[in-house]
Design a protein around this ligand. Structure first.
Ligand SMILES: Nc1ncnc2c1ncn2[C@@H]1O[C@H](COP(=O)(O)OP(=O)(O)OP(=O)(O)O)[C@@H](O)[C@H]1O
Length: 243
């Protein structure tokens, strides 16, 4: 269910649009962003601003900025979250549960759980499959997280969840998304480079590659087209690339 309907950007509060995080080209012309979909994807080339917007949304939702939910206090020491200050979120209904997954700092999140377990005991792992995430492979710990922590009604902000997942597990993850979203329990906003995840039906794909962030059809994404063309003829691609 789409809980977060819209994000408005209050650019009049920005003094210098040349400085990070206000200098992201795909965002600078945007006054409001329609997020009224159960599943929204952010796509775009590396460095186009997907994580920056996702982190600002996570911070605005009150989630731990290194990843986690509201009750986790794992903060990003980079501490630059000024983008969130110019965002106004429109909710209906408002939810305050959910999770922010950052694949790149998931190790820190697992460490954080271990520190908490030392202080409060193994009960800390109850929502994470009953054992330390560090004792599982990267991919297994992601699956454990999805299966055990992604149950509550809420908003799930995921930054490159495919990072640790095999193609088969990415397909399984599509099923996890479906089970939560089609029963009205969850809204997902996912930054991804995965053509498998992007195939999820009835989603909204927002492309950061355009002059201003805009929706794109799955088949029109570079992720789909490049992967399709490559797999249709890997040899021709490699002959051209490696000569
Ligand atoms: N703390 C920071 N200070 C200054 N610039 C930054 C900071 N963090 C990111 N940037 C820059 O902002 C731009 C957007 O970065 P961001 O991480 O949001 O991109 P992205 O689309 O998520 O990339 P990727 O697909 O590689 O994860 C990049 O040019 C990056 O170098």
């Amino acid at each position: 269910m789409a809980f977060l309907k819209e994000v408005r950007f209050n650019w009049d509060q920005v003094q210098n649009k040349k400085e990070y995080p206000f200098n992201i080209p795909a965002l600078q012309e945007i006054q409001s962003l329609n997020l009224d979909y159960n599943v929204v994807f952010f796509v775009g080339e590396n460095g186009t601003g997907k994580s920056t917007l996702l982190e600002a949304l996570a911070h605005k939702c009150g989630f731990a900025t290194m990843g986690g939910g509201r009750n986790n206090i794992l903060e990003d020491r980079r501490g630059n979250f000024s983008l969130e200050e110019i965002l106004t979120l429109s909710w209906f209904p408002k939810v305050d549960k959910g999770f922010f997954l950052r694949a790149e700092s998931f190790f820190n999140f697992a460490n954080y759980l271990d520190d908490m377990a030392e202080e409060f005991g193994g009960i800390i792992y109850a929502s994470y499959g009953g054992k330390p995430l560090q004792q599982q492979s990267h991919g297994e710990s992601f699956i454990t997280l999805f299966q055990n922590r992604f149950k509550q009604k809420g908003i799930y902000l995921l930054d490159e969840p495919e990072a640790a997942l095999s193609p088969q597990r990415q397909l399984a993850f599509l099923r996890t998304i479906w089970e939560l979203e089609h029963t009205g329990k969850a809204q997902f906003i996912i930054a991804t480079h995965s053509p498998i995840l992007l195939s999820y039906p009835n989603s909204c794909i927002l492309s950061f590659d355009e002059k201003a962030l805009m929706p794109k059809e799955y088949q029109d994404t570079e992720h789909f087209q490049l992967t399709r063309d490559f797999l249709n003829n890997p040899k021709a691609f490699l002959d051209k690339l490696l000569r």
